[in-house]
Ligand binder design. Structure first.
Ligand code: PLP
Length: 357
């Protein structure tokens, strides 16, 4: 605390991201980055933009990128908002659609940035428990006072909520907004985006950080009814006219046009996820059914924190959350098949040695 801080700064309880280590010998499976490179056309587009044009401000409206994303979903650019990573889109959405004094709902086990934004913007929230199998219970989200937000698939469980359940939550909140954070949707079944035609209270948020291998470029988007997008524009243009730089705009535009490439890398990750989940089960883990680019697993005998530390000593980084009831779980990002093979061998050795005491 400092006496010069505003009440706003004092109230803040900042998010702590997963460790970023600059050590290439580490197998980094802790922040759900994609192990495959971005599409070659993305790198070409960024290289082409590197030059005199950096003298000029980027587009304040990012209409070119909005049009490309709109075309992908058969929508109009008025349905698309662009931000500096979906984290920024989320922050603007909390400001644009949630009201101080009206309670919002999200799961007790979920993306830990939500309570951070809620505290910052003075929005009261209720964290709803998951069911015994760590799934979201749709009816508990009906008739919220101030709105609903959850990721689908959920993080860090990786569990996907079927679209008819998602729709029930939206339909039963006609007077408040429902935000679906689809950071991992490309690794899952079906997106809620088509539902925006039916529901003016639905906002879907996506990112290029996970399935499009561009966590370092920082581009996210929101998809919804034009009046919701206008609400987001009002907030954004009260902060910063240029949230995306020129390199991010051309890179993200190329990425949204390289869908064939990303379908291949996504398919590889899904295959590795299937093999790796079965491998963990054989090693004595309980593995939640993941539709994301990570798995969430708990070992029947060996404590998660012990495994986390042993793996780290072996140069493998995974994520452990020191929070009930998930403190005996590890969240493991799906890397390449080769990385997961190394992981499997080291993990097998750790578990064998532990059991032999
Ligand atoms: C990774 C992630 C994000 C943030 O993505 P960025 O676009 O990189 O800011 C948002 N929500 C969830 C649930 C995530 O896992």
């Amino acid at each position: 605390m400092n006496k010069y801080w505003s009440s706003f700064a004092k109230r803040a309880d900042p998010y702590i991201p997963g460790e970023q280590l600059n050590n290439s010998s580490i197998i980094k499976l802790n922040t759900n980055e994609n192990p495959y490179p971005p599409a070659p056309s993305v790198i070409e587009a960024i290289q082409k933009e590197l030059g005199d044009s950096l003298r000029l401000y980027p587009s304040p409206t990012t209409d070119g990128l909005r049009n490309v994303i709109a075309k992908h979903f058969r929508l109009q650019k008025e349905n698309i908002f662009i931000g500096n990573g979906s984290d920024e889109v989320l922050a603007f959405s909390f400001m644009a659609f949630f009201e101080p004094g009206k309670q919002i709902l999200f799961p007790s086990i979920t993306y830990s940035f939500y309570p951070v934004y809620a505290k910052l913007f003075n929005i009261p929230y209720k964290e709803l428990d998951l069911t015994y199998d760590l799934t979201i219970n749709p009816p508990s989200y009906f008739h919220s006072d101030g709105g609903v937000i959850f990721p689908n698939p959920n993080a860090p469980t990786g569990i996907y909520l079927e679209l008819d359940n998602v729709e029930a939550i939206i339909a039963n909140n006609p007077d408040s907004i429902v935000i679906i954070d689809e950071a991992y949707i490309d690794f899952a079944q079906e997106s809620a985006v088509p539902l925006i035609h039916k529901y003016p209270n639905l906002l879907v948020i996506q990112t290029t950080s996970k399935s499009k291998s561009l966590a370092g470029l920082r581009v996210g988007c929101a998809i919804g009814h034009p009046s919701l997008i206008e609400g987001l524009e009002r907030i954004k243009n009260s902060f910063n006219s240029y949230t995306l730089d020129r390199l991010a705009i051309v890179g993200a535009t190329a990425a949204w046009q390289a869908i064939d490439y990303y379908q291949q890398t996504t398919e590889s990750i899904k295959e590795t996820r299937k093999w790796f989940s079965a491998t963990l089960t054989q090693l004595g883990f309980q593995v939640l059914p993941s539709q994301a680019n990570f798995v969430f697993a708990t070992h029947k005998e060996v404590p998660a924190l012990y495994l986390y530390n042993q793996l780290k000593a072996d140069n493998i980084l995974v994520r452990h959350f020191n929070k009930q009831p998930i403190n005996n779980y590890l969240r493991i990002t799906i890397g390449t098949a080769e990385q997961m093979e190394v992981f499997k061998n080291k993990l097998t050795k750790i578990i064998r040695e532990t059991k032999n005491g």
